[in-house]
Design a protein around this ligand. Sequence first.
Ligand SMILES: Nc1ncnc2c1ncn2[C@@H]1O[C@H](COP(=O)(O)OP(=O)(O)OP(=O)(O)O)[C@@H](O)[C@H]1O
Ligand SMILES: [Mg+2]
Length: 294
Amino acid sequence: MDQAENLRNIIKKKTVIHENLARVITVTSGKGGVGKTSFSVNLAIQFAKQGKRVIILDADFGLANIEVMLGIRPQFTLADVMLGRKTLKEVITYGPENIGFLSGGSGIREFANMNNGQISSFVGRLYELDEMADVIIIDTGSGISDTVMEFVVASSEVMVVVTPEPTSITDAYSLLKTLKRKVNFNQQDTTIRIVGNRVRKRSEGLELFDKLNVVVKKFLGIELELIGLIPYDDKCQLSIMKQSPVSIEYPNAPSSRAFGEIAMLLSYENGEVKMPKNDGIRALFSSIIRLKTK
Ligand SMILES: Nc1ncnc2c1ncn2[C@@H]1O[C@H](COP(=O)(O)OP(=O)(O)OP(=O)(O)O)[C@@H](O)[C@H]1O
Ligand SMILES: [Mg+2]
């Protein structure tokens, strides 16, 4: 049995036993600085207000900006768990509304340095994370790096943040085009939602979506859903200075309301609780490992 096959067997074996799987939502964008982290943090707060247990995984291995927004600074990262130095419980820091925060650290690049035993024990331990959270939000870095694409390809719920700037729209298109070309992208089982951020008027947001949607449908054959528009809101900047999410500092600010509406749309449909396909974080990492060991 070669190493790749061995790993696939490890992953398969672990898949059947556990049932409590978290809903995993990956937040990404083509262009940087469009509001992914603000969205991830505020969506987390809004889900928490609905009584859900939420963990944010910071897969942006560069700048630690969630830490700034939440005013918390974790000492350890997912890399410590991967290398067997810490347990998941030890690396999660809790912030406002009791949302958990897990820093990716050097993250999935560590897979290259891990042996089968370490990968097996890491995948095994990920069930803990599924059991600790109802929703796991993954805040990715921007751009079309391999790491970002690995998370996006492996996720069944992807949210792409786009602003009305032309480059934000064209970069979102490039991201989706790259996604479409990935052999492991399963279009049928992936929901791609667009979040229009920093829009000054509703019409500007709708126009943004139309521009993107028309070309994505025509050239990529991908169906997009506009889940919501978040107005440009000075309170977003102010809350960053206060190191506390706008949804906490200014719960009635226009952006906070918009984050709340999106969380409602993601949770309920026609007054009924939505039943999303909760794949769990384990499935996501398993497919990333599969990609990496092919
Ligand atoms: N709705 C909004 N109204 C006004 N300002 C906003 C809004 N959303 C985000 N911002 C501001 O835009 C800037 C970038 O936001 P954020 O850090 O969330 O983007 P990002 O996509 O995570 O960036 P990066 O690509 O660097 O990770 C921040 O200063 C934030 O306050
Ligand atoms: Mg960010």
